[in-house]
Design a protein around this ligand. Structure first.
Ligand SMILES: Nc1ncnc2c1ncn2[C@@H]1O[C@H](COP(=O)(O)OP(=O)(O)OP(=O)(O)O)[C@@H](O)[C@H]1O
Ligand SMILES: [Mg+2]
Length: 391
């Protein structure tokens, strides 16, 4: 174990975004590294815009998991402080500046929560999980982007019944035309979907894309798609490549991994590789989903066809929650074949677990309008109040 260095820790902290101020907490001047012991105990100084900020718990979790992902860190201690009026004003200025600078980075706005659905190996149900979770979140009223990062093994278009060619359009404020995602309304929510499967005319074009570096293609989807406002972006990861994950760590460091595994205890080793990759790319793991868990027959008897216990074992190994166990169910594969995610069409055990996982992930996200207490927007009127009192 090597002792972490300050630059390493700061680069990890840069992945922590203050959702309200819309910037990373280091460049905003909120977080500093105040101590590193040879035993790997790291002190982080953090100044909240106001004490009692409801975001505090979320920031704490984020800081602990980001900094804690460094192999040399044994403990993270956060020393909380509160900004002075001058500091609040300065942070506001930086937040405004960042908001403009961020515009040039990806088209995914900083308040979109990004989940990459990954696994250590192919065929465990990443794409099925992606479409069902996305549909479940939209069903709850969210606007959800789906980015198919399985560039030449794409299956998202078929699974969502969205196979139209993607169109490009000119938008105000952008020099070149932008790709418009294919949309599908679900209740009061909406899915916005892009995939190479919506770009290819024939095998020849497919071959052309093969020459393109995987990460380049994903980068294009992040930069050249007019995503608009998204609550969540779900990325369906390709099997068995670390490139895309490393690329995401660079382009969208706030990406959180959701690791899909089968219940077989042997599969755990493979999935653990994905977790290890997460550590090396410094991405936060939001949790584990066990897919293809025990099939439940009409009489309620359980048949653990693919083994038992793999999800829980992996989750406790890497210290993240087991978000749910999705049973093997014909409705899931049928739904994928006909473009209707099972979560929307059946009231089956699998559908219920998908909804429950979506609810867990949604509950972790604090909606922007409930943040007003400690937001920079509130910091401004407060500044005015102070100056009024002074005059
Ligand atoms: N819970 C489930 N019950 C029944 N069938 C399932 C379930 N989950 C996935 N499947 C089926 O298993 C197959 C593989 O699933 P899927 O394509 O989602 O996996 P993947 O991890 O995305 O694969 P790849 O690595 O090839 O991208 C599909 O035919 C799918 O319909
Ligand atoms: Mg897939």
């Amino acid at each position: 174990m090597t002792t972490p260095t300050e630059p390493e820790l700061l680069s990890l902290l840069r992945a922590v975004i203050d959702p309200e101020l819309g910037g990373n907490v280091v460049d905003l001047g909120m977080a500093t590294v105040t101590g590193i012991t040879p035993e790997g105990i790291v002190n982080v100084g953090f100044k909240l815009t106001i004490r009692g900020c409801p975001l505090r718990q979320q920031l704490k979790n984020d800081i602990e998991s980001r900094v804690g992902s460094h192999p040399g860190v044994t403990k993270v201690v956060i020393d909380w402080g509160e900004m002075s009026q001058e500091e609040r004003t300065a942070v506001m200025g930086r937040a405004r500046w960042n908001a403009r600078a961020e515009d040039d980075a990806t088209q995914v706005s900083v308040d979109t929560r990004v989940f990459a659905i990954s696994s250590g190996k192919g065929g465990v149900g990443k794409s099925s999980v992606t479409v069902n979770l996305a549909a479940a979140m939209a069903h709850r009223g969210a606007t959800v982007g789906v980015l198919d990062a399985d560039i030449w093994g794409f299956s998202i278009p078929r699974m969502l019944g969205l196979t139209d060619r993607l169109q490009a359009q000119r938008f105000e404020g952008h020099e070149k035309p932008m790709i418009v995602p294919n949309e599908r309304r679900i209740g009061s929510g909406v899915l916005k979907v892009v995939s190479t499967g919506m770009m290819l005319d024939d095998e020849d074009t497919a071959l052309m894309w093969r020459g393109l570096m995987l990460t380049k293609a994903v980068e294009q989807f992040l930069n050249d798609v007019n995503w608009g406002k998204l609550d969540y972006l779900l990325i369906d990861m390709p099997p068995g490549t670390g490139d895309v994950q490393m690329g995401l760590a660079r382009m969208l460091p706030r990406t959180e991994l959701v690791i899909v595994t089968t219940p077989a205890l042997a599969a755990q080793k493979v999935a653990a590789r994905a977790a290890d990759m997460a550590r090396r790319s410094f991405l936060r793991v939001a949790g584990v989903i066990e897919n293809m868990s025990a099939f439940e027959c009409a009489h309620g008897d359980q048949y653990p066809l693919f083994g038992q216990g793999g999800g829980l074992a992996l989750a406790s190994d890497i210290g993240v929650p087991l978000l749910g166990q999705i049973p093997l169910e014909p409705a899931v594969s049928r739904g994928g074949d006909v473009g209707e995610p099972a979560v929307l069409t059946s009231d089956s055990p699998a559908a219920r677990v998908f909804l429950q996982i979506a609810d867990t992930l949604i509950a972790e996200t604090i909606p922007a309008n409930s943040l007003s207490e400690c937001s920079a927007r509130q910091a401004e009127p407060e500044t005015t109040q102070v100056s009024l009192r002074r005059s």
